[in-house]
Write a protein that binds this ligand. Structure first.
Ligand code: MN
Length: 697
């Protein structure tokens, strides 16, 4: 079964079957949620990745023919360009296209897996590998339907590059060199972070040549094309160079060795000269020093680093690592055995080391890396199954073994997929609000919201935001965190300054610095803390050129303590102040004079009790919506000066226990209590889930 070549027709049939299987599995999620109205917008399921809205905004802006200066739109990104193109030529709605793109693009991974297998004369192993690789745990997670992100081709294209390289080195024909260049250029255009991977593939190809095949001049030609494809010169120059050189090699087929080596040397120099190692160096620096990279900003001000709050970056346990690559620890270990066998049989397969190695970085660098190892280890698993099946002499038992083994490796992944019920990023109720806001706010207006909401807000409301998934450094987050969690006056002041200073920086490139630096300069404050307390007063604000809307969702309460970390610090030293009191609990039972909370606390007689501890309450506020949906609050003043505030949000069945600063914070006062300062804010849209207020100053 191992050593015969399938006809092209049968080979294509196998590819199509694997591709359809991969697509079909990705419809499970759609099937699970197709009748959940809350997950739909414009009668289509919404996407389930936050960053996707960044690309969707970019694509929308390409289709619209432009965007606003400084709005952060991904108008130049590869994914946005491809999406806009598809939206133009296909008869489906924009929502449908972004929902299904990952399904159809991500499933393309089966093609290079099958092609590699064909070069190595193991097409059946390739078929099993394609069935597994197309849907393996982490690969599925990052290319499932609705996971609209660059991931949909980030693994596919380097796997194609690997195939083209193996193909070229084995077949030794000039024309295949162009394929290597093509996929390498495409892969780096699609996702620039693939650069380090492409460079390692080039280095491994060089080592392979030097160790096993150093006499053949053809290999050096392949290397030349890899290097030129990698060099950081503009595509408009790069592509003609590649084509010209290809023509030259083609005509002068018996070129002197020394000429080829000279061109190779020039290509290596070109990599260095165009800063080809910078991305690697930056990455290593970022990796080694990532904890300190953002805490120290310019001019001596210190901010909180967002890396500290992102859970994804960090070491992961072995079992999770193995599951994410193969679906099961056993499958993973068998795949490694298959991989080693495969390398012994075809040492050209050593060229796949960078892909597999990058996958292993997950053990230290965080789970997002595991996907890189998926295609190669899936193929290795397929190889092992066919390898073992050769020990069965009888054809029937051989086929039975292959079928059972294949199902055994696939089923754990299907089980994972069935249980992986990812919700959409936003609910319909939220999008309805944002859609309304689109008709109220202009494209140049700002929506102040935490960075998690940046892209979706910009997509649905077509406005600007201060921060988003790409712009969320400690210094950028500081003013937004401050505006949400400090008193209304300080909030209004910092929001207005943030918007006007941002716009001024767009007009005047000399107006630089973080908001605090600009503010200190403009108002002549020599210390940052003097400027911060100055924000509590009636300051003379710059002329208002943009409207600012506060986006206050109920869900933000989940991350409120994290948001607070960014502004509850002393920027002069970078040290966080004491964490505020902020406790959320549900109501379990209510008696005539007491509330029993889900966290074991009891509210009775104007105090909070837990065990023998008693905490006197300063104010107990109850909020309740009436039949018309208007919010009413009743306040009981209890122990003056205790500094502990309790809010009973009746309709949400929730209690909040907070200190004075958080109680008086803009988010709590505006969203929870609707106690807005009428001189500073006016309500724009009020719902129980999201409230939008307009800044009046
Ligand atoms: Mn815009």
């Amino acid at each position: 079964m191992t050593n015969f070549k399938l006809s092209t027709k049968n080979f294509i049939i196998l590819i199509v079957v694997a591709y359809l299987f991969s697509i079909l599995v990705r419809t499970i999620w759609v099937y699970q949620f197709h009748d959940v109205d809350a997950f739909k917008w414009n009668s289509q399921l919404m996407i389930n990745t936050n960053d996707g809205y960044g690309y969707a905004e970019g694509a929308r802006d390409i289709l619209a023919g432009g965007h606003q200066k400084g709005d952060g739109s991904f108008i130049d990104s590869s994914l946005a360009i491809v999406t806009a193109f598809l939206a133009k030529i296909l008869p489906f709605s924009f929502e449908t296209i972004i929902l299904w793109m990952p399904t159809f693009f991500g499933s393309l991974l089966v093609i290079p897996i099958m092609l590699i297998a064909r070069v190595l004369n193991m097409e059946y192993a390739g078929f099993i590998g394609a069935l597994l690789g197309g849907i393996a745990w982490s690969y599925y997670n990052r290319t499932m339907t609705g996971y609209y992100d660059t991931d949909m081709l980030t693994i596919v294209l380097p796997t194609f590059t690997l195939w083209a390289t193996i193909y070229a080195l084995l077949k030794k024909r000039n024309r295949y060199i162009l394929l290597v260049s093509f996929f390498m250029v495409l892969s780096n255009w699609w996702y620039f972070q693939n650069y380090s991977l492409s460079l390692s593939m080039t280095v491994v190809t060089l080592l392979y040549t030097l160790i096993f095949d150093r006499k053949d001049i053809f290999n050096y030609k392949v290397l030349i094309f890899m290097l030129i494809s990698l060099s950081q010169i503009d595509l408009v120059i790069k592509i003609p160079i590649i084509l010209a050189l290809f023509g030259f090699f083609h005509i002068k087929s018996d070129l002197d060795k020394r000429v080829v080596f000279l061109i190779l040397a020039i290509s290596i120099l070109m990599i260095f000269a165009t800063g080809g190692l910078d991305p690697i160096i930056n990455r290593v620096n970022g990796y080694l020093f990532r904890d300190s990279s953002d805490t120290i900003a310019n001019e001596g001000l210190h901010y909180f680093s967002v890396v500290k709050t992102v859970r994804e970056a960090g070491a992961i346990p072995f079992e999770l690592f193995a599951n994410r690559i193969s679906g099961h620890t056993v499958t993973f270990i068998l795949s490694i055995i298959g991989y080693i066998l495969l390398i012994f049989k075809n040492r050209i397969f050593l060229l796949s080391l960078p892909l597999v190695g990058l996958g292993f970085i997950a053990l230290w660098g965080g789970l997002r890396f595991t996907v890189y190892a998926v295609p190669i280890l899936a193929l290795s698993m397929g190889y092992l199954i066919i390898y073992i099946s050769d020990y069965f002499k009888d054809k029937k038992s051989k086929l039975a073994f292959i079928a059972i083994a294949t199902m055994a490796i696939i089923i754990p992944n299907i089980i994972h997929i069935e249980n992986y019920k990812v919700p959409t990023v936003f609910r319909k109720s939220t999008v309805t609000v944002l859609d309304k806001l689109k008709n109220i706010a202009s494209r140049e207006d700002y929506v102040l919201a935490w960075w998690d909401y940046g892209y979706p807000i910009r997509y649905y409301s077509d406005v600007k935001t201060f921060i988003d998934g790409a712009r969320h450094s400690g210094s950028a987050n500081y003013p937004v965190s401050f505006a949400l969690l400090h008193n209304q006056k300080a909030s209004a002041n910092i929001a207005r300054l943030y918007a006007e200073y941002k716009e001024r920086s767009l007009r005047d490139s000399n107006f630089t610095g973080t908001l605090l630096e600009k503010g200190m300069r403009e108002y002549g404050k020599s210390s940052v803390n003097e400027f911060i307390s100055f924000l509590n007063s009636d300051i003379k604000l710059p002329k208002k050129r943009r409207d600012i809307y506060y986006y206050l969702p109920f869900k933000m309460m989940d991350i409120l303590p994290t948001i607070d970390l960014f502004s509850n610090l002393n920027p002069a030293t970078g040290r966080n102040y004491r964490s505020p009191l902020f406790i959320r609990a549900g109501l379990i039972k209510r008696t005539i004079n007491s509330f029993y909370l889900s966290n074991g606390m009891q509210i009775i007689g104007g105090s909070i009790r837990r065990g023998n501890n008693i905490l006197p309450i300063e104010q107990l506020v109850t909020t309740e919506y009436d039949k018309k949906g208007l919010l009413h609050t009743t306040t009981k003043h209890l122990h003056i000066g205790s500094g502990v505030y309790v809010i009973y949000m009746k309709n949400y069945n929730q209690f909040l226990i907070l200190d004075k600063r958080l109680f008086n914070s803009t988010y709590i006062q505006l969203f929870v209590l609707e106690h807005y300062d009428h001189k500073l804010f006016e309500p724009t849209i009020l719902t129980p889930f999201v409230k939008v207020f307009k800044l009046k100053v």
